[in-house]
Structure formats: C-alpha cells, structure tokens
Design a protein around this ligand. Sequence first.
Ligand code: UDP
Length: 235
Amino acid sequence: MKYKRILLKLSGESLMGDKQYGIDNEVVNQYAKEIKTVHDKGLEIAIVIGGGNIFRGLSAEKSGMDRAQADYMGMLATVINSMALQDALEKVGIKTRLLTAIKMEQICEPFIRRRAVRHLEKGRVVIFGAGTGNPYFTTDSAAALRAIEIKADIVLKGTRVDGIYTADPEKDATATRYKNLSFKEVYANNLNVMDMTAFTLCEENELPIIVFDMNKTGNLMKVTDGEEIGTLVAG
Ligand code: UDP
C-alpha cells in the first residue's frame, strides 16, 4: 500500500446511483465492498460523505430559506448518508465508528480528534458526519479539515468522473484528463477540484488530493496501491 492513512471523500450525489434523489442501497453496498478490500490490506480509513442527494443548503436558500438553517439541514443529511454507509460496512464485517460534528449521542459519538485517531489505530473505519458542524461550509472542507487533523496521507475524492479534465468531458469531446497537477496549475487553469476553502486548506497544509472514479470496481484498490489512475494534485 502506498499510503498508511487515507481520507476518502464521497459525494452525497454518488450514493443516488441512477435515482434522482436519496440513497441507492446497491451503490452503498458496492462502496462498502470496495472499502473492505483496502481495509483488509491494513489501510487506515476515514470517510466524509456529502449530503447533496438529500439536501443542499445553497439550493434551499435560492428558494427562499434562511441559509444557516438550510445548511444545518444539509449537515443532518450527511448523517443519514453516513449511517447508511456505516450499516453497509458493518454488514461486510468491518468495525466502524461514526463521529459527528453536531452531537447526536443516541446514534453516534461526538467528534473528538484524539478519539478518531485512536479508532483508526485500532483498525476501525471512522466516518465523520455533519460536515464541519458550521453553516457556509461544504463537506469538501470537512474532508480537508479532518484529513489534516488526523494527519491523513492523502484525500481521495471519489467521484463519477475519472479525474480532472481540460474541459467538461460530457460537453467537449476534445477534453483530456490531467494525470498530475500542482496546486498553482489548478488556480491558473481555473479548474474545479474542490471548493476554494477546501482546496486552500489542502494547499497550505501540503495535503495531496487524488480525484478518481469510485464507481469503477477495483479503482479504490488501484489508487491506494499507487497506480496512476485519476488526477493527482500535489506540490
Ligand atoms: N454543510 C454545511 N457545513 C459543512 C458541510 C455541509 O453547512 O461543513 C451543508 C451544506 O448545506 C451542504 C450540505 O450540507 O449543501 C451537503 O453537503 P455538500 O453539498 O458538501 O454535499 P455533496 O456535494 O458532497 O453531496
């Protein structure tokens, strides 16, 4: 394994599969199987999941809701997704802990950094729910923040596309995938890897990011093995 400790970021939308809303259990089960393959190899795994398949603060604000109120709802949506993944991981025999940035003591532990690290050392998969616990942030920022706090070697951003392209590959047939990019090149080319808050956090703390296609069986194993799939942003 190329890395010892990873932070895997999954978008809420990826959990929808072909649905328009909510959670497709087949996708969640597939992700759990993929995560098991790398967990079995001894990798320490922390996960942050988005909530965009259920609720997005920004969209709700556009239809008239108070932004902070809507963002808290978005954070709760990430907990629902986290619980679904926790269940699927336990079904495949992995010990997990869900730690949330908003206290919900009947269903999960509060986020305590030292505790999270201890769980990882003991081989438990740690899921960080409720984002950063603050409105006006995203789960990409939560992923960057938690990755730095637990000293993860890398953020693996699992998406539905296989990396960062010169243009939108769905709109432009000439678009090509970057294999490597520096943080400066991402700014210079106006590329969208994560939102700026998250991206800057990674840059300032020299935390590399790989964007890869999580929906392709075996890709998580390949990327953690150091195979050059997706796009690596570093340096
Ligand atoms: N959110 C927030 N603070 C955070 C993380 C998330 O307020 O630290 C809210 C925000 O409203 C966001 C929603 O939770 O729209 C879902 O998260 P996100 O959009 O990042 O999910 P993804 O796009 O990854 O599915």
